[in-house]
Design a protein around this ligand. Sequence first.
Ligand code: FAD
Ligand code: NA7
Length: 536
Amino acid sequence: MTMTDRSTPTDYDAIVIGAGFGGIYMLHKLRNELGLRVRGFEKGGGVGGTWYFNRYPGAKSDTESFVYRYSFDRDLLQEWDWTTRYLNQREIEKYLNHVVDRFDLRRDIQLNTEVTGAAFDEARNRWQLRTSRGEAFTSRYLVTALGLLAKTNMPDIPGRDGFAGTLVHTNAWPHDLDITGKRVGVIGTGSTGTQFIVAAARIAAHLTVFQRSPQYCVPSGNGPVDPAEVVEVKRNFDAIWQQARKSVVAFGFEESGVPAMSVSEEERRRVFQENWDKGNGFRFMFGTFCDIATDPEANAAAAAFIRSKIAEIVHDPETARKLMPTGLYAKRPLCNEGYYETFNRDNVTLVALSEAPIETITPAGVRTADGVEHTLDVLVFATGFDAVDGNYRSMDLRGRGGRHIDAWWKSGPASYLGLSAHGFPNMFMILGPNGPFTNLPPSIETQVEWIADAIGHAVRTGAVTVEPSREAQEGWTRTCEEIADMTLFPKVESWIFGANIPGKKNKVMFYMAGIGAYRQQLDAVRAEGYRGFVFG
Ligand code: FAD
Ligand code: NA7
């Protein structure tokens, strides 16, 4: 089917922005299955999204290899192997390049091209796009696969721009930067920072860690995977994906149904230990007991267990004290290969910013309030992302009436079903605000397939616009707020609620009832004739 009025190279049925997991599959669906004329745009110099930009030492997925991939094509599942429990950046980038070539998508992805502006033209019911290369395009549909952890957060620390060494953010790691034998400093101890710290300590001459908040981190259990296990998993893939799609977090394990306080203390410790030994952050939070993320008492028990491990692992009591978090265990759960052990190394120094805040970055390094100047060759910002809506707001994105996205999302980012926004007809978002909080590839696939169905439906029925109503969007936002309020996540400051960016409104940004429930919601909306959408 094709709906383009004029067949010029600048007018398309659909435009997809972003060439990560989301954009790649969307392009395949719309072009290869729906037969639309589609063009993809990607700011980066290669495909892969997250896995193109995040080249820092230690960069890897913390979802296990067997479920950090697409499931939509059985042959693709069978032909792509893995040798370790987790995939590193290089492997994932290679995999996504393979997918692009396998489905012949490269010819329709324009790299090194940022979409700087997109405006809905109400007279023609088409999107008008501008790019960083000065080009202009139009399309009936716009799919934004901009990434939810893709807009760099670069805090404005005094002296930042005067550093004489190499200053980098982990999300913009230069292809040729080697830190071997260098004096390296890192600001940030989130998922990225902890990965970087473990890897960098092994190769840097010295590593100084500037820690604002201590973290709960469990072992990942990474290591080689027996080829026989790979064969077995491949044989069971149908059942594995079926389970993942019906689960809560889609990490490839069964979530626990047992409340932590319903068992004895001894049994609780046994379960925590068993999962500590198995490894994986989401498994520790959701596979041990069912209420770690919802019941303060259960949460405190898990937190106390991790603290006891820090005390056991870290030799220097002063360093152990600095590494010990005291608050809720309610950020995105972390896992790693020997995070706390790393601080036993002679070439690693921990600076607790709560005790000695950064005064300024100097040309030679970082000076803290205790008067120490930490001299560095390389300073790494592992300071995270302006998550979820960051990349939306940095585009000149305009919906009905020429209104900018900032005006529509004045009181926080909003969506209907995490994939469409009122005021933005014919625009669909992959991992937009209030989408599921899970292992992401299965949620991305869920959204891509649903969006393709919705576009197919609009095309078949001759609708020229499809847009969620304001009421439907408000209802979805309320649902997401109610679910989030049943959890402990809003009670701590992290990117999950936008609390990591100064001045950003602390708002719900995820649907936290799990992928199974999310898929049921999407199925019901479709079965009821796309309830909540207006077809024009
Ligand atoms: P992305 O991969 O972020 O791709 C978005 C793309 O859009 C980018 O390439 C960007 O350049 C492009 N773009 C944005 N705006 C524009 C524009 N205006 N014009 C042109 N191009 C634009 N998730 C998990 O589920 N499990 C994990 O273990 C995991 N580990 C992670 C580790 C790191 C270090 C990071 C940063 C993220 C991790 N994630 C993980 C989240 C990860 O982002 C997703 O799993 C997935 O890769 C997202 O794919 P995406 O296509 O939605 O977005
Ligand atoms: P995160 O989880 O947001 O972590 C960022 C880290 O940087 C965190 O430790 C912050 O401390 C720290 N930070 C941020 N700003 C500053 C300033 N100004 N000074 C000192 N320290 C600062 O980002 P990640 O990249 O680690 O992970 C994000 C997701 O991407 C992750 O969940 C994976 O899915 C991949 P804080 O804790 O806020 O005190």
